[in-house]
Design a protein around this ligand. Structure first.
Ligand code: ADP
Length: 474
């Protein structure tokens, strides 16, 4: 059976967050189980596309409202990712460096979706399953079911829509409707939520099934974290399922990770894990002998990044300088500025790297003692799974995928430290507990060994997706 994944991101081609990690892994593991899975994504002018060879497999033209767009479908020739990678290129629209952040984002993603469907139709490359990821591909289930040009696709395939992040829904004004292929106006309501076009809502309404990246997050979407779509999620919940993400052990494995200073496994982690810490501490002038607590991620409200300055300041003061913090990320300028001030005030105890740095993130997962995730909302969260695989104990807010994957140490088979309240008090309470726990070296090493052995592999979740696809095709 054949599945096409449609996505704006895919690791290592173009990554902004967890969406890329999932789309770079799931198809690979589906292929290992005998499926024929491919990825279709927009073309980006990035190092991956410059450094790999591509062949044009199809060329054509579409008209969106008054814009005539010539496009190419490019296929990566060496199968370096473990699946066929197709990229949609349109000069001047889908040939840019960044994934998001352009004024015409909406038009870019409409063009990407329309071209992908046009190509499938023209070349009769029709998969059994069209798997759409997040709002950037959310109009596809609507189009294959209701756009005159694509209805024949809809009669032959099933659609799955996965919500990786329900906070972003791709809202666009109704004037954009003229860029969509023609459909019966009576069906227009399927695109609408609150008098604007909402691609995420359209995906949930029109896909044969919608999924979320953890069971806990699905429940939260239905109740309080649906960013305005709660009632829709409830209405459509009969066709929903939560499937937790896995981690790609070919990329995230401390035994083989090429980005680490020294590799290690669960049985021999102590000295080599420390070498990564020494490297990190030396680079950023931190004291290697103090416990190191790190944060990696976007400075966004959902990640609770705005709490970091308050947490770091209070913990360093309350622990009389006996703890170190490291932060990698960027985003909200106020948080960035407050952290810069703290770095100056607490040099030697707190350091940070503003920006996106994949190799550094691997060293942080390996070299830290604890990873802090004060998220307000966390659909799945991959960081805590990477950190556990690298023997780094997570300190997490009890929400979504974090609650599903990191039971508190006070419970049987606990894996880390949880806190309830998304505020400085809540986080500091959990960090104090972690630091007290750290004083008992034997216990903390035992926990590190245990969490390194947990199986977070994609195999289990891949099987669940396949089961889902099979049920749809029955
Ligand atoms: P998100 O909501 O951002 O997608 P996830 O936990 O699902 O959160 O995935 C985050 C992914 O992005 C992880 O692979 C994490 O290591 C990576 N990441 C986030 N910020 C950075 C950064 N500044 N530099 C390097 N990697 C980052």
């Amino acid at each position: 059976m054949k599945v096409f994944h449609l996505s704006a991101e895919c690791y290592p081609v173009a990554k902004v967050g967890g969406l890329a990690d999932v789309v770079g892994a799931l198809p690979k593991y589906q292929n290992k189980l005998g499926w024929e899975a491919s990825v279709i994504m927009p073309w980006y002018n990035r190092s991956f596309t410059r450094e790999h060879s591509f062949q044009t497999v199809f060329e054509g033209k579409i008209i969106l409202r008054d814009r005539e767009l010539n496009f190419q479908i490019l296929k990566e020739t060496q199968n370096v990712l473990g699946f066929d990678l197709y990229m949609v290129r349109i000069d001047g629209l889908l040939d840019r460096e960044n994934v998001y952040g352009y004024d015409d984002d909406a038009l870019q993603f409409i063009a990407f979706q329309v071209v992908s469907l046009h190509w499938m139709k023209e070349t009769k490359s029709i998969p059994d399953i069209l798997h759409c990821h997040d709002h950037h591909t959310g109009l596809v289930p609507f189009m294959v079911n209701h756009a005159h040009d694509f209805k024949e696709l809809g009669s032959q395939l099933k659609t799955v829509g996965t919500i990786h992040n329900g906070e972003y829904q791709g809202w666009m004004g109704w004037e954009m409707v003229n860029f969509l292929p023609n459909f019966d106006i009576a069906n227009g309501g399927l695109l609408d939520w609150g008098n604007i076009i909402n691609p995420m809502a359209a995906m949930v309404k029109c896909a044969d099934v919608f999924t979320t990246v953890s069971e806990g997050y699905l429940q939260e979407l239905l109740t309080n974290s649906g960013a305005g779509l709660e009632s829709l999620y409830q209405q459509e919940s009969f066709k929903s399922i939560g499937i937790i993400n896995g981690i790609d052990s070919e990329v995230w494995n401390p035994k083989t990770d090429q980005m680490l200073i020294a590799n290690y496994g669960a049985t021999n982690f102590v000295s080599n894990k420390k070498k990564n810490k020494e490297e990190l501490c030396e680079r950023y002038r931190l004291n290697t002998n103090l416990p190191l607590i790190s944060f990696i991620g976007r400075f966004a409200t959902e990640k609770g990044a705005d709490l970091l300055p308050g947490i770091i300041e209070r913990m360093i003061v309350e622990r009389s300088g006996d703890v170190n913090f490291f932060v990698l990320g960027s985003g909200d300028p106020t948080t960035e500025n407050r952290l810069k001030e703290l770095q100056y005030r607490f040099s030697g105890n707190f350091a940070m790297d503003l920006g996106y740095n994949e190799p550094l993130s691997h060293i942080i997962y390996a070299g830290s003692d604890y990873l802090l995730m004060p998220s307000r909302v966390e659909p799945c969260g991959l960081n805590q799974m990477y950190s556990m695989s690298y023997g780094t104990i997570p300190i997490v807010r009890k929400t979504g995928g974090l609650n599903d994957t990191v039971p508190d140490v006070s419970e049987e088979n606990g894996r880390g430290f949880q806190f309830n309240d998304a505020d400085v008090n809540g986080a500091c309470w959990a960090i104090h507990r972690a630091l007290d726990f750290e004083a008992d070296k034997k216990a903390s090493q035992k926990l590190r060994r245990q969490i390194m052995k947990i199986d977070f592999s994609w195999e289990k979740s891949t099987k669940k997706y396949i089961e889902l696809y099979k049920n749809l095709k029955k």
